[in-house]
Design a binder for this molecule. Sequence first.
Ligand code: MG
Length: 230
Amino acid sequence: MDKHRTFVKFVCSSAVDLETLISNNFIMKIIAIGRNYIDHAKELNNPVPENPIIFLKPDTAVLKDNKDFYYPEFSKNIQFETEIVLRICKEGRHVTPKFAASYYDAIGLGIDFTARDVQQELKAKSLPWELAKAFDHSAVISNLIPKEEIADIYAIDFSLQQNGQAVQQGNTKDMIFSFEDLIVYTSRFITLRKGDLIYTGTPAGVGSVAIGDVLEGFIGAQKMFSCKIK
Ligand code: MG
């Protein structure tokens, strides 16, 4: 086994039930981070950023409970981006580095579905990315694991399989901006609230999906979600 592989002590019964969170309005907004792994910035020919690149998805983007993803008509190139997701557990503005770790209490695994063709058009015109990133069901999310159950929060091994083939492999030790950096920086501009989710960026290996594909996400050896493309 890879020496960097993280051992996750995962207890199914204690995973936070996302349905309960949503029904109690505990998901407020989704904050997503672009280009947080050097290898991914390079594969899209983007410069490595000096500060985190931030965009938002609305709550209508959430796709949970292993539900199917329906390929939208406005794109011919939907791509997966597999990302570790943080759940914010209290309100924070101008959070300082010393206390940043206390602002999240659970992690999950998600996909930041991206309409890459739409994004390229928007980027070429220097327009915002929202239509390429924030569309319905563009934010796959697994159930969440309390962070105390993760052996090393700074070296979480995660991966994605497409039709049984490994396509993305990442480890949070390779992030340009740590979980704490992201909380500190984001909270300078946007108040964090309990239930907000932060998608922390994708490693290299993003790729296109086709109707009929099955995407399966893993933290360590633990399967976190399955998503069929329809
Ligand atoms: Mg992303």
